[in-house]
Design a protein around this ligand. Sequence first.
Ligand code: ADP
Ligand code: MG
Length: 348
Amino acid sequence: MIEDKSSKSTSISELGEFGLIDHITKNFKIIHASTLKGVGDDAAILDFKNQQVVVTTDLLVENVHFDLSYMPLKHLGYKAAVVNISDVCAMNATATQLTVSIAISNRFPLEAIEEFYEGLKAACETYQVDLVGGDTTSSAKGMLISITAIGVLNHDEAVLRSGAKPNDLLVVTGDLGASYLGLQVLEREKQVFLVNPNSQPDLTRYDYLVERHLKPEARKDIIKLFKNLELKPTAMIDISDGLSSEILHICKQSNVGCKLYEEKIPLDQQVITTCEEFNINSTTVALSGGEDYELLFTIAQADFDKIKGNPSMTVIGYMTEPNEGVHLVTRANQQIELTAQGWNSFKH
Ligand code: ADP
Ligand code: MG
């Protein structure tokens, strides 16, 4: 995970801005017919015929959203793309193009930018998206990354946060809480390293957690599955901030309430054992951890047979009339009101 940094260090000023752009983008191949012109002109030209287009953007700031002392730049490039592609998936759309803008201080040599673009290229290949533009500039301090993702869907396919109805089932993909715990493990190792720079971290016991934090994936597979199952969720959102916060978004925008069952929340075994070791509540971690990039969606009860038995989807609750509120039903059958800051409110 902690990669050997090449000792080679080439100053970016040797290449100049245009040389740099050319150097970092030349290995990207265009795959979509909708990309008429990619990198290299004043603007990209895209043609989506009669499909609808979704656009989403994210800004990432060093030491606010990522810490380069344990986040290798290659992973950062991959993750920066994935978090945007995940937003496209959450609309029930398929990502097709990306633009990537970076601001970097003179602390970063060419090799660092190359690593970042390697991760970006891996994401473009995995998710079949074209890099079609961006901007490159310097910053007084640190690194900033802004990515815009573009995706397509057919008319009537868009799934918004606002479509959930009372009695709809609440469903989540994959499992929750691992990314947050991965970050806790990495933070702990960083502190150990600061005290003893010769220490060698052994993270094998936490491999799933660390992987989920450093190399998350967007659930493009689920969007495909919806098409195959002829299933259209009534509402959908991706889990970036935590289950609790995302449920509240759906409830507010759909004007519904919700019952979420604690015992149904899907957790990986490593999440359970690490929560015991760190002495934190696994439900709290799933509710408030965030950065899982799983999909949270609602479906009509009549569609339950389409997802029944699918190992990558778990029914965790159902929607109610709005006056019933938004509650977690605990294993002890207590009802606790969900708040976006579940972290504090569930601490005993
Ligand atoms: P302009 O002066 O019109 O902003 P630039 O010289 O910044 O043009 O960009 C030239 C081309 O390179 C454009 O197609 C732009 O989208 C692309 N580009 C610039 N920076 C990046 C980057 N970091 N990643 C990908 N493409 C980039
Ligand atoms: Mg520019």
